[in-house]
Ligand binder design. Structure first.
Ligand code: ARG
Length: 264
């Protein structure tokens, strides 16, 4: 069954005190890893992924424009005025004295969202940020394969704590056919709207608190381009349970229209 609804509640609770990082990794890697709380992922460096955003409800996001953060629908409650969210940008350390923060003034949740599919939303910042690079979205399926980068401040293991420092990892594309096979999600994945990524053996994945953050890769010009939005998975980094991401290319027209309607 789909697990992200349960995970979201976990995230919100876990985040109260929280602040940090990401992914989970293979048991085989653990023995060699002297940093016990980062398994499968490693720490990102300042400026490596400038578009990464941490949202105060315990989700990730990507800077789409100077005032808009693209995140997951399941990270927000509804469309409308909302001044309750704080976005943290321009930092890998969420406690950095040089971090940039902004309050939200509006939330736009994908109109079709009812709990499955359509898992995207915008947070509009009360004032624009300057000097922070944005992450362009994929507008065709050209980049919906290959190797993807994932990053976030979510749990470093199932039921683990949120992270203070941004973590990153790479995961390979998993086809809809494979991802929906009986060995994996047995038809639970909405093929047109979702894209899977991860290792059959497990070990590297996004996890609770990474939701809403981007999955991205290099485009033909070697620039980062957003292919996915962290959406759901069965546990984290389990064998045969890849991460499931909103397929950004499928929603690109709707995302662009929404951005225009929100003032860019
Ligand atoms: N829904 C989770 C969240 O709110 C993210 C789940 C991602 N899970 C995974 N195995 N990739 O943070």
């Amino acid at each position: 069954m789909r697990r992200w609804r349960t995970l979201l509640a976990t995230v919100a609770a876990a985040f109260t005190a929280a602040t940090m990082g990401v992914l989970v990794a293979p048991t085989s890697a653990v023995a060699d890893d002297v940093t016990p709380y980062v398994v499968g992922g490693t720490r990102a460096t300042l400026g490596e992924f400038p578009f990464m955003v941490r949202l105060s409800m315990g989700c990730g996001g990507a800077l789409y424009s100077s005032t808009l953060v693209l995140t997951a629908a399941h990270c927000v409650s509804r469309t409308g005025a909302n001044t309750s969210i704080t976005a943290t940008l321009g930092a890998i350390d969420l406690q950095s004295s040089t971090r940039v923060t902004r309050k939200s003034n509006y939330v736009y949740r994908a109109p079709g969202y009812t709990g499955a599919g359509d898992d995207w939303a915008f947070i509009r910042l009360a004032s624009p940020v300057t000097g922070i690079a944005t992450l362009p979205i994929a507008t065709s399926t050209a980049y919906d394969s290959g190797t993807f980068t994932i990053a976030g401040w979510g749990a470093a293991s199932e039921s683990g704590a949120q992270q203070r420092y941004l973590l990153k990892a790479t995961v390979p594309f998993v086809s809809d056919t494979t991802c929906n096979s009986s060995a994996m999600y047995g038809g639970e994945v909405i093929a047109a709207e979702e894209i899977c990524a991860g290792y059959t053996a497990g070990g590297v994945d996004t996890c609770q608190g990474d939701s809403g953050g981007p999955m991205f890769r290099r485009d033909a010009a070697n620039a980062w381009i957003q292919v996915g939005i962290v959406s759901w998975g069965d546990g984290c980094a389990r064998p045969n349970k890849p991460g499931v991401y909103t397929q950004v290319s499928y929603f690109s027209s709707a995302i662009r229209s929404a951005a225009t309607s929100l003032g860019g």
